[in-house]
Design a protein around this ligand. Structure first.
Ligand code: NAP
Ligand code: MG
Length: 513
């Protein structure tokens, strides 16, 4: 970083936090792991250790499940009025809001996203998720149902599902956890949050805030730990009623197999390889920078990143040249430096994974139009990269890279079924993006694409009220919006025979003709 660059200052409260203990929150106590194990937490911009965090083992998971179980089955939480739960969730949002700079800085130092991105994507969206979901407290209810047998009153009740294990990735650390905790608490569930092992720090800080605003013990438990140990133990535990998981498709598939042992409920927000279609009539002044940002923001570590570009052959060269130009000007550097637009990848492992895909793509015959390599030797930076002339069957095109790598191909067909089929030729089905000024084309494409979301003439648009999730191998269920809260309820059916007359067993006697 040049000496003259202006940087965001690290608040003293962040230094103090990093120097402190980062233990496990189980019930009402902060405790080291039973095994004593800790993990060095690394700043990906420098490769240096910035903190140590306790790594939960199987015994710690068991203790947390017992705490969450108690809070759900017997504690004050299950007896609280919805308005009391709402007040606590809103108080947590206020507490986060009072510490935006501190939380954003911790996520920046731990994960590598530039400070303004951490502020918005991780912290502000967390606040919004809490406030939005607080509004759902007490508002999800069942319905009365008309049944065929006479003199019966039947209805459904929506009951909170119980103890939720929330397992999340590292790409927006604070928000990844909060978007699960917020609807779960609104529904009346209790939670055990397991952040990604490499980015546990804002989850620990969140735990401190949850305690401070006065949530009863055991309502939210926070366990940093390894996926294969703490995550696996949560999924296996018979005391957990539901797993809400965000992460890779491979781990999601493993969780499904494991959860089958207890038949616990499971929601999965998994990977993507989302297509971007640019039609010849699109507003390229907007489509080009938006498409570039969609893959380069957060160094491409966004599940809904548009990683496959299909531009009509008549505008293909112009679009690719525009994105290359954007990529060359996109400022890569220390996420603490003002004006930097792209920081490092989250870890050395992730950097090697991304450069590995680029190299394999080259070996498979694809060409690098721009970027294609690491930036510098300190930290884990990769250039914004555009690749062309890739065969549709190679790993570069088929697999999720989760890095700043766009694969672009021209589209010759004007037949919308054929164009959509090119996008649908993927195991994934998370998001799709369509750029056109012909709304008939836009809406037709929306119907033909097999994805959980379609955005026409716009970006990711994560909104607390807009359901988000995947089709095909991108997941099960939806987060955000009403769907997202309903995922934390079980439906119970009640039927009352109002008179001692005709019962179901006698119904065959009714002449339906
Ligand atoms: P990951 O490797 O699948 O890990 C996700 C979480 O699962 C981590 O907390 C991980 O712990 C844990 N885990 C790993 N093995 C486990 C096991 N056997 N049992 C229980 N938990 C286990 O994914 P990641 O590399 O952290 O994140 C990147 C992936 O997340 C990408 O595929 C991306 O598309 C996806 N993602 C999806 C969405 C969405 O909304 N659809 C949003 C963001 C990210 P460790 O940290 O110890 O590995
Ligand atoms: Mg992982």
């Amino acid at each position: 970083m040049p000496a003259s660059a202006e940087t965001y200052a690290i608040p003293p409260s962040v230094d103090a936090f990093l120097a402190g203990d980062h233990n496990l929150l189980i019930g009402d106590r902060w405790t080291p792991a039973t095994s004593g194990e800790t993990l060095d937490i690394v700043n990906p911009a420098t490769g240096k250790v910035i903190a140590k965090a306790a790594m939960a083992g199987v015994e710690d998971v068991d203790a947390a499940v017992r705490a969450a179980r108690h809070a759900f089955d017997h504690g004050p939480w299950s007896k609280m009025m919805p308005a009391q739960r709402r007040a606590l969730i809103l108080a947590l949002a206020d507490e986060i809001e009072a510490h935006i700079e501190e939380l954003a800085m911790i996520d920046t130092l731990n994960m590598g996203m530039p400070v303004p991105d951490a502020r918005y994507f991780s912290v502000m969206l967390s606040i919004e998720s809490l406030r939005y979901n607080a509004g759902w407290c007490g508002k999800i209810s069942g319905e009365t149902v008309t049944v065929g047998v006479p003199d019966h009153h039947a209805y459904t009740i929506k009951e909170p599902i119980g103890v939720v294990g929330a397992i999340v990735p590292w790409n927006t650390p604070l928000m990844a956890g909060v978007i699960k905790i917020a609807p779960a608490l609104a529904a009346g569930c209790t939670v055990i949050l397991k952040p990604a092992e490499i980015t546990p720090l804002t989850a620990v800080r969140l735990g401190q805030m949850i305690e401070k605003v006065g949530f009863p013990p055991g309502v939210v438990n926070i366990l940093a730990g390894h996926g294969g140990i703490a995550g696996q133990a949560l999924v296996e535990h018979p005391g957990v009623d539901k797993i809400s998981f965000t992460g890779s498709t491979a781990v999601g598939q493993h969780l499904v197999r494991t959860a089958a042992g207890t038949m616990k409920r499971i929601s999965l927000e998994l990977g993507g390889k989302s297509p971007v279609f640019i039609f010849p009539d699109a507003d390229l002044e907007l489509a080009i920078p938006m498409t570039a940002m969609l893959i380069f923001k957060n160094s491409g570590q966004i599940c809904a990143a548009g990683s496959r570009l299909f531009a009509h052959h008549t505008i293909f060269d112009k679009v690719v040249a525009g994105i290359e130009d954007f990529a060359r000007r996109f400022k890569v550097g220390s996420p603490l430096e003002m004006g930097v637009e792209m920081g490092p990848l989250v870890s050395e492992k992730q950097m090697n994974r991304v450069t590995g895909y680029i190299d394999k793509g080259r070996a498979d015959g694809a060409e690098v139009a721009c970027g294609g390599g690491r930036v510098g030797s300190e930290g884990f930076f990769v250039e914004p990269t555009v690749m062309v002339n890739a065969r549709p069957d190679i790993s570069l095109v088929r697999e999720e890279i989760f890095g700043p790598v766009l694969v672009a191909a021209p589209v010759t067909s004007n037949d919308l079924d054929q164009v959509a089929a090119i996008g649908n030729d993927s195991d994934y089905g998370l998001s799709a993006y369509v750029w056109t000024n012909n709304m008939s084309v836009g809406h037709q494409m929306a119907r033909k694409l097999k994805t959980g979301s379609v955005r026409i003439n716009g970006g990711v648009n994560l909104d607390a009220n807009l359901p988000f999730g995947g089709a095909k191998m991108s997941g099960w269920g939806r987060e955000y919006g009403r769907d997202g809260v309903e995922a934390f309820f079980e439906s119970k059916t009640v039927s009352v025979a109002l008179t001692a007359g005709l019962g179901q067993s006698d119904a065959s006697a009714i002449d339906l003709k």
